[in-house]
Design a protein around this ligand. Structure first.
Ligand code: ASP
Length: 582
């Protein structure tokens, strides 16, 4: 028997019990006549004591050889600890050891396995199994498990059934590149790993499953932006005989439940905002509404004076920074440098200080008088003591630049409180999005999303104006879920493929199975998918998803622990009939 108890279990009420516990040596202190060892497992830490007076001599000798992370088993008596440790649940007791077996020795770990470690990111990733022994990572993984259980229970209670869909499939376009897998049995042919189970969940609706969900891996071969993973997990869901309202209702319920259950925060009905409004007032489609600093468009009040920069701009837009009037010249210059960094890309920034006495002082006083500046203050909602930051240029670019500045300033001002939760539905997404590179329209969500029926006539005239029955769930400035009501008839799906530039032959070759299925009684259906990793990170009060993934990849998509991807040998290549030309 390795253990009668875990290392987190014993209390004062267990005093005098004979126990056996196993675990890892966190640290040992050798005082000569006494040795103390902190023994750790997933459940906690228990102090062991080897005492020359009371512990057999050979056991004490063996205890002297223990190094960090040795795996041991001990048997002994639970005794009251002399100096109690209030910080840990087992702090009132220790185990007076009688027997010790070393189950496995350990090399000195490359970093300290404590909450605060001296190991950098790279080394911790290489030895991730040691990193997982640390509380912050261990707790994150346990937290993830809990969230997953709550999701499963909730959806199951609501009548959803978890169905697994295949990983070796054919491309399902979600706007990224596919990871492909060569097929040995079908020479020259490839599977694609799913970017999402989208087509399968729709087929499950045709199959009459009615309410489906799956906590599932998805794969997207994208250039990795910070905090993205090439394989990630979704809570993927689909329902039949539903309209948008039904989906929003159910999944608002799920999100509400999770936030309440995990965070103890009760949120009333989630606000909704159209895509247009989100982009106009916050500069992007996933606004963080925990704080204001809404965009004020200034074209009307700032153009047609002598300031050429503004006159030439498609959009002049500003935000009011609370308390920013007190920034020094140097601080403002730094802010200007910040927006000019290539990552943000603004050409410059105009600012107005709203003085406490009600006057204004701007960087463009030459062109604008107090009356003009008062109008700017009104449009941006700036009050005395605030600083108005104004950017100008091409509409989409300026919006994303100002949005970046808004988030940065909010961060600096401490307005992004991780313990506050501000969910938001963004609805009425455009169906199509113009792609400059290919000079074509792309599906903004994916090609199976249905257009709003009243907008269908615009498909031929103003495709960019067609709105979709598509929605995103945003939480604290992160898109945590997105979905749509689907097309469920062959004609509309064919029309959609046509507008996306597929020839009928291409559409048939790639998605014939789906269009065929639509001819056999496809119910109206729709769904949503949540980014599970991100959701867990946000609920865990953290911005980065890596700590919530047991074995994450680095920014180049590598697993540095197992060293993948890697070359494969000649034989394997031959079997697959693949010739490399490197
Ligand atoms: N398949 C979609 C995605 O991965 C979600 C959905 O439409 O349900 O974003």
């Amino acid at each position: 028997m390795y253990r009668s108890h875990s290392c987190g279990e014993l209390r004062a009420s267990d005093i005098n019990k004979e126990v056996t516990i196993s675990g890892w040596v966190q640290k040992s202190r050798d005082k000569g006549f006494m040795i103390w060892v902190d023994l750790r497992d997933r459940y906690g830490i228990t102090q062991l004591i080897f005492d020359e007076q009371r512990t057999p001599k050979d056991v004490v000798e063996k205890a002297k050889t223990l190094g960090r992370e040795f795996v041991i088993k001990v048997t002994g008596t639970v005794i009251e600890r002399e100096s109690k440790n209030k910080n840990i649940p087992t702090g009132e007791i220790e185990i007076l050891v009688k027997e010790l077996s070393i189950l496995n020795e350990a090399l000195v770990p490359p970093f300290t396995i404590e909450d605060e470690t001296d190991g950098g990111e790279d080394i911790r990733m290489k030895y991730r199994y040691l990193d997982i022994r640390r509380n912050p990572v261990k707790n994150s993984l346990m937290f993830r498990h809990q969230v997953a259980m709550k999701v499963r229970n909730y959806l199951s209670e609501e009548g959803f059934i978890e169905v697994e869909t295949p990983y070796l499939i054919k491309s399902t376009p979600e706007g990224a590149r596919d990871f492909v897998v060569p097929s040995r049995m079908n020479e020259g042919q490839f599977y694609a790993l799913p970017q999402s189970p989208q087509t399968f969940k729709q087929l499950l609706m045709v199959g009459g499953m009615d309410k489906y969900f799956q906590i599932v891996k998805c794969f997207r071969d994208e250039d990795l932006r910070a905090d993205r993973q090439p394989e990630f997990t979704q809570i993927d869901c689909e329902m039949a005989f539903v309209e948008q309202e039904d989906i929003l209702h159910i999944f608002e319920g799920l999100t509400h439940h999770l936030i309440k259950d995990i965070k103890g925060v009760e949120i009333n009905e989630f606000p909704r905002m159209t895509y247009d409004e989100a982009v106009r007032t916050y500069g992007n489609d996933k606004p963080d509404i925990r704080f204001g600093m809404k965009f004020g468009e200034l074209n009307e009040v700032a153009q047609h004076k002598d300031f050429k920069v503004f006159n030439d701009a498609e959009l002049v837009v500003g935000i009011a920074v609370p308390g920013g009037a007190s920034y020094t010249r140097k601080e403002i210059d730094k802010l200007i440098d910040w927006v000019k960094r290539p990552q943000v890309g603004a050409l410059g920034m105009v600012y107005v200080k709203c003085n406490d006495d009600g006057t204004y002082k701007s960087s463009v006083d030459k062109f604008y008088d107090q009356e003009d500046l008062a109008k700017w203050a009104k449009s941006t909602g700036a009050k005395a003591g605030d600083l108005i930051c104004i950017l100008s240029g091409q509409t989409n670019k300026v919006r994303s630049q100002l949005s970046a500045l808004r988030m940065e300033l909010a961060e600096r001002l401490g307005l992004r409180n991780p313990e506050e939760f501000a969910p938001l539905w963004v609805v009425d997404f455009p169906l199509l999005e113009w792609d400059e590179e290919t000079e074509r329209y792309h599906a903004m969500h994916h090609p199976f999303t249905s257009p709003k029926p009243e907008d269908i006539p615009l498909l031929d005239t103003k495709p960019g104006d067609v709105r979709a029955n598509a929605y995103d769930l945003v939480l604290n400035g992160n898109e945590i879920g997105g979905g749509s009501i689907r097309i469920h008839d062959k004609e509309t799906q064919a029309l959609m493929f046509d507008h996306l530039g597929f020839t009928p032959e291409e559409a048939k070759a790639q998605f014939g199975f789906l269009m065929d299925a639509f001819q056999y009684g496809a119910p109206p259906h729709g769904g949503i998918a949540f980014g599970f990793d991100r959701l867990v990170a946000i609920l865990g009060g953290q911005e980065t998803i890596r700590d919530f993934i047991a074995f994450p990849k680095n920014n180049s998509g590598r697993d540095v622990m197992i060293d993948a991807p890697a070359n494969i040998d000649e034989e394997q290549l031959k079997e697959l009939n693949i010739k490399l030309d490197l």
